[in-house]
Design a protein around this ligand. Structure first.
Ligand code: G1P
Length: 292
């Protein structure tokens, strides 16, 4: 039997417009919005690195230069911090560009997630890869990408990340029809992108972490426009299913959907509550305003 190779490559689609946060995202990419002291995208990269990835590609679009700058060395800032004796901060900033080997693919137009992934084909070089949607901030131990990897190690093939959602929310996600092969692990039978509650085959929704087979690429190339007039990754995975199996797992952990204001606020509060100093600030503030 061939030796099992863990994935090394992580793809981050970051070409979206961030309309839900306008005007805040007029001049900064939504992926650069801070969650406490790190931009959202940094949280995703940390998860990929903690899952063993050493190479990252950002599929970027117009106006996303600050993401590239963020992951480049900032010698001036680091030396200024050192001159001022702020060694811990200098080390924190310096470590960012050392997290992984970063590269960039350009998506000229936001034509959908399927199209974004296709832009990363060259980077993936025929290997299995991780796909992380940075809007979904996952708090989990082991990291969610590692949880998917454990399923691939056992069953092989692509692995999707699932959460059971309320019926009213199925139309926000890709939904799978699947057969449970052991508690929490499924073999996918069919997928549908953003169905109405009547059309949805289940309430098992795909979340923003994927482990994908390189065989996905020909299916991405043959895609026709799907839901919302976009090239949908979900449709390419449906097509891949005719060639090889696809598995899925209900992840263990918590997800914050930072693509919407409610989720971003919740994530900020939840993260702050984990830090003893910030926890006090949050609780004191709530107590103070409750009285008004
Ligand atoms: C994308 C996928 C969808 C998935 C979702 C997870 O949708 O197309 O299948 O359920 O991410 O966040 P988007 O949120 O980009 O509309």
């Amino acid at each position: 039997m061939e030796k099992y190779e863990r994935i090394k490559k992580a793809v981050f689609p970051v070409a979206g417009l961030g309309t839900r946060f306008l005007p805040a995202t007029k001049d900064i990419p939504k992926e650069m919005m801070p969650l406490i002291d790190r931009p959202l995208i940094h949280h995703g990269v940390d998860e990929a690195v903690a899952s063993g990835c050493t190479e990252v590609v950002f599929v970027t679009g117009e106006g996303k230069e600050s993401i590239r700058r963020y992951f480049e060395p900032s010698e001036l800032l680091v030396s200024t911090l050192r001159e001022r004796g702020k060694e811990a901060l200098a080390a924190k900033v310096e470590s960012i560009h050392e997290l992984a080997k970063f590269s960039y693919a350009f998506q000229e137009k936001p034509l959908g997630l399927g199209h974004a992934v296709l832009c990363a084909e060259e980077f993936c070089g025929g290997e299995y890869f991780g796909l992380l949607l940075p809007d979904d901030v996952m708090v989990a131990e082991p990291p969610v990408l590692s949880q998917l990897e454990a399923v691939r190690e056992k069953y092989g093939y692509s692995v999707l990340c699932l959460e059971e959602v309320d019926e009213k929310d199925v139309s926000r996600y890709g939904i799978v029809e699947a057969e449970e092969v052991e508690p929490g692990i499924y073999r996918v039978k069919a997928l549908v992108e953003k169905p109405s509650p009547e059309e949805a085959p289940s309430r098992l929704a795909i979340m923003g972490r994927y482990l994908l087979s390189p065989k996905i690429f020909p299916h991405l190339k043959n895609l026709k426009r799907g839901a919302g007039g976009e090239y949908q990754l979900t449709d390419a995975i449906s097509s891949l299913l005719r060639e090889e199996p696809v598995y899925a797992v209900i992840y263990r952990g918590r997800r914050h959907d930072c693509g919407v204001k409610e989720g971003w606020i919740k994530a900020t509060v939840a993260r702050a509550l984990e830090d003893p100093e910030l926890r006090k600030i949050i609780l004191d503030t709530v107590a103070e305003y409750e009285k008004i």
